[in-house]
Design a protein. Structure first.
Length: 210
């Protein structure tokens, strides 16, 4: 949110997807994962593709300044560290245990901050509670459980690249469900992201164990 307030939603969304680059470099340093040319190409394609899907070619939707860019990059690094720490935790714990710790501590810290700043209203309408339940159990608990489960079978770098299909999926759902317009360059960006994911998977393949 800090990055968005300093720049724009498009700028923050694009720079957030520097995360795969951070993951691949950190994975090479910490886990001994091979840093190959195809991986570097896949990262570049995924980043460019996410930029196109987020309409980064529309300069009017971007706003660049040093504090905002640094905040955006810090967000990408933090996003990357979720994969790095998750991969580390899975060496000792199951995905359920890992997620319980992650979400449990997240709830404590965010809840304390929210209460301290009085940003939580005392009551929600029924529709609000239904939306919160969906966000908690589907887009958070289920999605992150599946992601951590996947980390047990593939390396951290390719896993992070696979996660870049998120903006592509959002754009497609926006087109189908909300009737939003998809421009040619956005479609090209989606193709780049899918190509990057296929390249990453082709070079690694499935593996057994953790």
């Amino acid at each position: 949110m800090t990055a968005i307030s300093m720049t724009t939603v498009a700028t923050a969304a694009i720079l957030l997807y520097t995360a795969p680059a951070f993951v691949i470099v950190l994975s090479a340093l910490l886990f001994g994962e091979t840093l190959t040319t195809p991986k570097a190409i896949a990262v570049a394609c995924a980043f460019i593709g996410c930029g196109l899907v987020g309409r980064g070619y529309d300069l009017s939707s971007l706003r660049l300044n040093l504090p905002g860019v640094l905040a955006d990059l810090a967000s990408g690094l933090a996003y990357a560290l979720y994969t790095i720490f998750g991969k580390t935790a899975l060496r000792r714990y199951t995905p359920v245990t890992t997620l319980t710790y992650a979400l449990g501590f997240g709830t404590i810290f965010l809840g304390a901050a929210a209460l301290a700043t009085s940003v939580i209203p005392r009551a929600h309408p029924t529709s609000g509670w239904m939306a919160l339940i969906y966000l908690a159990f589907v887009t958070t608990l289920l999605a992150q459980s599946l992601y951590l489960a996947g980390l047990r079978y593939i390396d951290a770098g390719p896993a992070s690249l696979l996660a870049t299909v998120e903006p592509v999926t959002a754009a497609v759902l926006g087109y189908i469900v909300l009737g939003e317009r998809l421009e040619g360059l956005q479609i090209a960006g989606g193709v780049l992201v899918v190509g990057a994911v296929m390249l990453a998977r082709a070079r690694t393949g499935p593996r057994n164990g953790s």
